[in-house]
Design a protein around this ligand. Structure first.
Ligand SMILES: C[S@@+](CC[C@H](N)C(=O)[O-])C[C@H]1O[C@@H](n2cnc3c(N)ncnc32)[C@H](O)[C@@H]1O
Length: 263
């Protein structure tokens, strides 16, 4: 997926207006895990700043790496206090200032799977941490979910039956980084946390949310309009409001200190 870096700019305003943010407990959890003194972060694929503003408000000194110029423009407007570098993570370097934390909010799956852990390790101080998270949603009403799935197969991943474990939505995608981190000797103390809340959208706002997702951005415009209209009809027939379970699933890991065996 890493080759497609300018998918979201075409719907940057819808993205910023309609995409949900992250659970209010996220920042405290990440900073607690990181430990005292961890105050600098590089954020990979910061988009319009939905996670950025939360960490910046907690006093984290943020460097945001975002390749899409339209997303970066909104990011600068939303978070004027952070440093923004308009490039892909693969083209960014920490220079002589490795950071305490690497954050990636709904973006790690866009980075190069071959290079990203080398780049993450190089971006971090010896006791640095990674916090990689997503905010998947699921349709709460099984009847509405079934209707959406019937009319529009692209909504089948909005599951109405939820698991209990962080990352359990990911079987079909292979994005969740826990297994890769467990295997990588440069990282340890792998921990996952799930937050859950509920969020409701009127039809028009739900269509903006869908329009900002890569699944819909990658359709040709006529097909996208048709798919969105079909979803809109269904949601309207179910009362014009859709109630979603909104998860913030986070995977944390600490850069392992090198261990030196005897002689
Ligand atoms: C789904 S959006 C997430 C944006 C934001 N972090 C959020 O939580 O709303 C994914 C973002 O990753 C960016 N992106 C895509 N490829 C990237 C890469 N190779 N390096 C860094 N960011 C990338 C996209 O431009 C987009 O803004």
């Amino acid at each position: 997926m890493h080759a497609v870096q300018n998918v979201f700019g075409g719907a940057a305003d819808n993205y910023d207006a309609a995409r949900p943010g992250y659970h209010e407990g996220l920042v405290g959890e990440v900073l607690r895990y990181a430990g005292p003194g961890h105050r600098t972060a590089v954020e990979v694929g910061a988009g319009t700043g939905k996670a950025t503003v939360l960490f910046a408000a907690a006093g984290v000194e943020m460097t945001c790496v975002e390749p899409d110029p339209k997303m970066a423009q909104l990011l600068r407007a939303n978070a004027p206090e952070v440093s923004v570098e308009v490039c892909a993570f693969e083209d960014w370097s920490p220079g002589d200032r490795p950071r305490d934390m690497l954050l990636a909010a709904t973006s790690w799956h866009w980075t190069d799977p071959v290079r990203r852990w080398d780049l993450a390790a190089a971006a971090l101080n010896p006791d640095g941490i990674v916090a990689i998270f997503w905010n998947p949603v699921g349709v709460i009403d099984p009847a509405l979910h079934a209707d959406l799935a019937r009319v529009n197969p692209r909504d089948t991943d909005l599951a109405s039956g939820f698991g209990v474990r962080a990352g359990d939505w990911d079987e079909a995608y292979g994005m969740w980084p826990e297994a890769e981190l467990e295997k990588d000797p440069r990282f340890g103390d792998v921990t996952t946390v799930r937050f859950r809340e509920e969020i409701s959208y009127a039809t028009a706002d739900y269509l903006k949310l869908l329009d900002s997702t890569s699944t819909y951005r990658l359709l040709d415009p006529a097909e996208r309009e048709k798919a969105l209209a079909a979803v809109g009809d269904i949601v309207d027939r179910h009362g014009g409001v859709i109630h979603l379970a909104l998860f913030t699933d986070v995977c944390l890991a600490r850069k392992a200190r090198p261990t030196f065996g005897p002689g």
